[in-house]
Design a protein around this ligand. Structure first.
Ligand code: ZN
Length: 163
């Protein structure tokens, strides 16, 4: 069957940056198992997969506006080192989950740190980047009524969702 809304698709992938370096791959974390139409994945990727069948291989370059959006420089902030109590080594590239003033969780990446200040970047690491995917459709099946009602995949969910 072809990939369409309310299907569960299993996808092997390799993600490369503009320089052609592999930054992520299903060889590391296993295939993507997604409920099509539930916004499990970035819009540009879902668009490229619609209508494909098991065995299909697709290469697609997804621009930032169909991936993780443009970078927002206002999300880069310099905060006091004391905001990170109990953490001895803060280094560029580390990621932390923080709470915004409105209570929302946000993941920040450390840009640089010294004894007094830490510069954090709240942008998604892939923001502003064009993502180059090599995709292979491993399996396509109809979603169950329950999966559609819940809006997520049950069996074989890579996130370990099971009920
Ligand atoms: Zn569920």
């Amino acid at each position: 069957m072809k990939i369409a809304s309310n299907c569960v698709a299993t996808i092997n992938y390799q993600l490369k940056d503009d320089a052609g370096a592999v930054v992520d791959s299903s060889d590391d974390g296993g295939p993507i198992v997604m409920l099509v139409g539930a916004e499990d994945i970035i819009p540009g990727l879902e668009k490229a997969l619609l209508g494909q069948e098991a065995g299909a291989k697709v290469s697609v370059s997804v621009p930032p506006e169909e991936a993780y959006g443009a970078r927002n420089d206002e999300l880069v902030d310099k905060v006091p080192r004391e905001n990170f109590p109990g953490i001895d080594n803060i280094e560029a590239g580390m990621m932390f989950q923080t709470q915004m003033e409105d209570g929302q969780a946000m993941v920040v990446t450390i840009v640089e740190a010294d004894e007094v200040f830490v510069t954090v970047d709240g942008n998604h690491p892939m923001a502003g980047k064009t993502l180059h995917f090599d995709l292979e459709v491993v399996d396509v099946r109809a979603a169950t009524e329950e999966e559609i009602a819940h809006g997520h995949v049950h069996a074989g969910d890579s996130c370990g969702h099971d009920h």
